[in-house]
Design a protein around this ligand. Structure first.
Ligand code: 13P
Ligand code: SF4
Length: 349
C-alpha cells in the first residue's frame, strides 16, 4: 500500500470519527443567535466580508448571505474576494480557499475561523514530489486543481476549479497541448474522457466524494425513477457515468433550478442542501448513497474540514492571532499567474 493511500485511510477514520461526534457540537438556538449578532457586528466594524463555501454549516451560509457576503463554489469565492472592496476577507471554507484569496489579494487581510481546515487533495499532493513529477514530464502543460497548496499552484501553468476544468483542458487540447493534471484522479479522468485530450493524472482523491457508490446510486434511481442525478466530478467514474449533469457545486444548484424534474439525487457533500433547497423550495433533494455493505450510515458525505468552520470560532475571527492566512510573497507572485489566468479565461468564456 502506498504512503498516500495509507494516509487517505487515516483521513477516512477522521471523517468517521467526526460524524460520530457531530451532534455534540450542536449549539442551542439562543447561543447561535448571540454568536451570529456578534459576527455581524464585527464584520461591519472591521470592514470585513464573509465568503463561505456551500459545504459549511447552515448558519454560516445564512450569515454570509445576510451580511452582503457570498456562499458559492470555489471559483466564485475567488472571483468575489478579488472584486469586493472590503479590506478583510473572512473565508469560511478550507485552507486552499483562504490561500487563494491571499494570493489574489496580497494587500488584503485574509482570516479564517481555523487554519486547521485542510483537504485530502491538498494533503495528497506534496509540493516537492509534485515538482519532481512535473520535471519528469516537461512536454506537458501543468494544470492543477484549486484544492492544492500555494507551492503546488506556483509550479503550474493553469489553476482550475471543478466548474472550469473541462473548458481549460479542452482549450489546451485544441492548441495541441498535452496535459499533466493534479491532484484529483477522478476529475482528471473525467476531463480526459469528455475532452479527448492526452491527460496524465496524479493519483489523489477527495475522501468525501470517493465514497459515493454506483451500486447504491442505481438502487436509489430505481426507487426514484423520475429523479435527475447530479454529480460532482470528484466522484468515481462509475458514479459519474450515471449522472444527468456533472458539475461544480454551483453548477449542481443551477441544474436543479433549470431542469424540469421534481426530484434530484445529489452526489456531493450534504452541506449544499441548505442553500440549494432555498433555491428550489418545491423540489425534493435526495443525497446519493455512500453506504457499502455493512456501513453504519446511509451517506457519510460530510467534509470534516469544512465542518471546522464553527460559529464559535467565526465569532472570534478578528480577535485571535492564530488564524490569519499568510503566503510567502515570492511564492504568491508565482501562484498568482496561473490563478489570474483562470479568472481571465472565465471572463472570456
Ligand atoms: P466546488 O468548486 O465545486 O465548490 O468544489 C470545491 C470542493 O472542495 C469540492 O469538494
Ligand atoms: Fe477537499 Fe473533499 Fe473536503 Fe472538498 S469535500 S474540501 S475536495 S476533502
Amino acid at each position: 500500500m502506498s504512503i498516500a493511500h495509507e494516509h487517505l485511510l487515516e483521513i477516512r477514520d477522521l471523517v468517521k470519527d467526526h460524524l460520530a461526534h457531530k451532534d455534540e457540537h450542536e449549539l442551542s438556538s439562543e447561543r447561535q443567535a448571540f454568536l451570529k449578532d456578534r459576527i455581524r457586528d464585527s464584520l461591519q466594524r472591521e470592514n470585513g466580508v464573509l465568503i463561505a463555501h456551500y459545504y459549511t454549516q447552515d448558519a454560516v451560509q445564512d450569515l454570509a448571505e445576510e451580511t452582503g457576503g457570498i456562499v458559492s463554489d470555489s471559483l466564485e469565492m475567488a472571483r468575489f474576494g478579488n472584486e469586493h472592496p472590503a479590506q478583510t476577507l473572512v473565508v469560511a471554507g478550507v485552507k486552499f480557499m483562504g490561500e487563494t484569496a491571499k494570493i489574489l489579494n496580497p494587500e488584503k487581510r485574509v482570516l479564517m475561523p481555523t487554519l486547521e481546515a485542510t483537504c485530502s487533495l491538498d494533503i495528497g499532493c506534496p509540493a516537492d514530489e509534485f515538482a519532481a513529477y512535473c520535471d519528469e514530464h516537461p512536454d506537458r502543460k501543468v494544470v492543477v486543481y484549486a484544492n492544492t497548496s500555494a507551492a503546488v499552484k506556483a509550479r503550474s501553468d493553469w489553476v482550475v476549479t471543478s466548474s472550469i476544468a473541462k473548458d481549460v483542458v479542452a482549450h489546451l487540447h485544441a492548441q495541441g497541448e498535452k496535459v499533466l493534471f493534479a491532484p484529483d484522479r477522478h476529475l482528471g479522468h473525467y476531463v480526459q474522457s469528455v475532452t479527448g485530450a492526452d491527460v496524465l493524472v496524479w493519483d489523489g482523491a477527495c475522501v468525501v466524494h470517493e465514497e459515493f457508490k454506483a451500486d447504491g446510486l442505481r438502487h436509489a434511481m430505481e426507487e426514484h425513477p423520475g429523479a435527475a442525478v447530479l454529480v460532482h466530478p470528484e466522484s468515481p467514474a462509475a458514479v459519474i457515468e450515471l449522472a444527468d449533469r456533472v458539475g461544480s457545486t454551483s453548477q449542481i444548484i443551477q441544474a436543479a433550478r433549470e431542469m424540469p424534474n421534481r426530484e434530484f439525487i445529489v452526489a456531493t457533500d450534504q452541506g449544499i442542501f441548505h442553500t440549494m433547497q432555498k433555491q428550489v423550495p418545491d423540489k425534493e433533494l435526495i443525497i446519493a448513497p455512500t453506504a457499502g455493505h455493512g456501513a453504519t450510515c446511509y451517506s457519510c458525505a460530510n467534509c470534516p474540514w469544512m465542518a471546522m468552520n464553527e460559529l464559535e470560532s467565526l465569532a472570534t475571527v478578528f480577535e485571535r492571532d492564530d488564524n490569519e492566512v499568510f503566503v510567502d510573497p515570492e511564492l504568491g507572485r508565482r501562484a498568482m499567474v496561473p490563478l489570474q489566468r483562470m479568472l481571465d479565461f472565465k471572463k472570456n468564456l
